[in-house]
Design a protein around this ligand. Structure first.
Ligand SMILES: Cc1cc2nc3c(=O)[nH]c(=O)nc-3n(C[C@H](O)[C@H](O)[C@H](O)COP(=O)(O)OP(=O)(O)OC[C@H]3O[C@@H](n4cnc5c(N)ncnc54)[C@H](O)[C@@H]3O)c2cc1C
Length: 383
């Protein structure tokens, strides 16, 4: 409504919507979700239209677009194929890190194939000891040995590791709390790497894993960026990740809202469609307003980022707004669809489960509020 895409953006979104209708109709997405299966066909089709190369220059194998096209892609995926939207957030994080910090050789080796969908990456930062205070929790360590590195430790809650070809691993390399962290590119099949799928209740079409590193031998060419500066490198990508998370949350919320609306138009009680009851209409309107506000802020922040502005505050506001609006819309959707909301053939329960991810990933809403309290409102740091 408030977001007016450019002609190019409209053309791209129309093509993507058609692709999703053709390759990923609701019944198929739902059935793969119920089977906990990744949609390789959709992943390939999205690679063919350049979706995985958005944000990467054409010269490096990408589609040459920026943050706005990324949020448009992820919102559409969130509305339709929620797990693939989460894959998209990880894909864009990996390609951004490689694009910004990779050596020429690393870019050559990985970027074009990631954009083409020939490789998949995972981002391994969180550990079982905690994700929010990750610098305190991080026990995974890379030590200098035999002219290279040895990686030891484990990561938890890692998206997509079971089907990843390459892992970007965040490890401690020195004692300094934040300036003692380095990023490593680790082939998933490297001896010493063990991936175990975890049982989870949501994002069923994309695996979530524990990853062990047992004395994994790495060369200097595995370092992504600068030794001991990895945490700063990750922080540098956080704005985009928040925006991308906001886009998926907006998409999931809008998917739930659309489904609730359709249902309210069709379902009858007391001789009229339930959408005629004012109690339901008002709730649907309020949910729609919340979602529209979140989406407007998300695209607005992405446009500012594309113009080169610092959007650390704007992206955090958008993420907090979209996470809340998405969760409320999914909750309302569950109410309006009633008992059928429990039906595993229908996507409402999937929206309701999947939206939970963006209440705490990549950062919890509490931590985003902490950041905004300090950086936006100018209050003393609370943590
Ligand atoms: C399905 C799934 C996929 C994921 N994918 C990835 C991935 O691909 N890569 C990766 O690295 N990680 C991934 N994660 C991990 C995710 O990023 C973490 O779960 C998240 O960062 C939160 O960490 P935590 O779960 O350890 O919560 P904790 O850090 O233990 O926090 C617990 C609670 O305490 C609150 N809290 C903590 N500190 C404060 C404070 N100072 N003020 C107020 N409240 C506070 C938090 O807000 C939260 O409510 C994934 C997780 C899941 C479940």
């Amino acid at each position: 409504m408030f977001v007016r895409p450019t002609e190019d953006e409209v053309m791209y979104c129309d093509a993507l919507e058609k692709l999703l209708r053709d390759v990923a109709p609701v019944a198929r997405v739902q059935s793969l979700d119920n089977d906990k299966a990744f949609d390789f066909e959709l992943h390939g089709a999205l690679a063919d239209v350049g979706a995985w190369g958005v944000g990467v220059e054409a010269g490096l194998g990408g589609s040459g677009e920026g943050p706005v096209m990324q949020v448009l892609t992820l919102e559409l995926l969130g509305r339709n194929a929620t797990s693939m939207a989460v894959f998209g957030v990880i894909q864009y994080m990996a390609t951004r890190l490689l694009r910004q910090f990779g050596s020429d050789a690393q870019k050559q080796q990985y970027l074009a194939d990631l954009c083409a969908g020939k490789l998949r990456a995972s981002f391994c930062m969180t550990e079982s000891g905690g994700g929010t205070d990750i610098l305190a929790a991080m026990k995974t360590r890379a030590s200098r040995r035999d002219g290279g590195w040895r990686l030891q430790g484990s990561k938890h809650w890692i998206s997509g590791a079971a089907r990843a070809d390459v892992l970007i691993v965040v490890a401690r390399t020195a004692e300094h709390r934040s300036r003692g962290i380095t990023l490593f590119i680790v082939p998933a099949k490297q001896p010493g790497v063990t991936v175990t799928e975890l049982g989870t209740f949501a994002i069923n079409g994309y695996d979530t894993c524990a990853v062990m590193f047992d004395d994994v031998a790495l060369g200097d060419d595995a370092v992504l960026g600068t030794v001991d500066q990895g945490f700063m490198q990750v922080l540098g990508t956080l704005n985009s990740e928040r925006l991308n998370a906001a886009a998926v949350a907006s998409g999931i919320g809008r998917g739930a809202h659309r489904l609730a609306l359709d249902y309210a138009r069709e379902r009858e009680a007391f001789g009229r469609p339930i959408g005629q009851f004012q109690a339901l209409q008002h709730k649907l309107v309020h949910a729609g307003v919340d979602l529209e506000a979140a989406w407007t802020m998300t695209v607005g922040a992405a446009r500012l980022e594309e113009q080169g502005h610092d959007v650390s505050v704007e992206s955090a506001v958008a993420k907090l707004s979209a996470s809340g609006a998405g969760q409320r819309a999914a909750q309302l959707g569950m109410e309006i669809v009633g008992g059928a909301a429990f039906d595993l053939e229908l996507p409402m329960q999937r929206y309701y489960r999947d939206i939970r991810l963006y209440a705490f990933a990549p950062l919890t809403d509490d931590m985003i509020a902490n950041f905004l309290g300090e950086r936006w409102l100018g209050l003393p740091r609370s943590y």
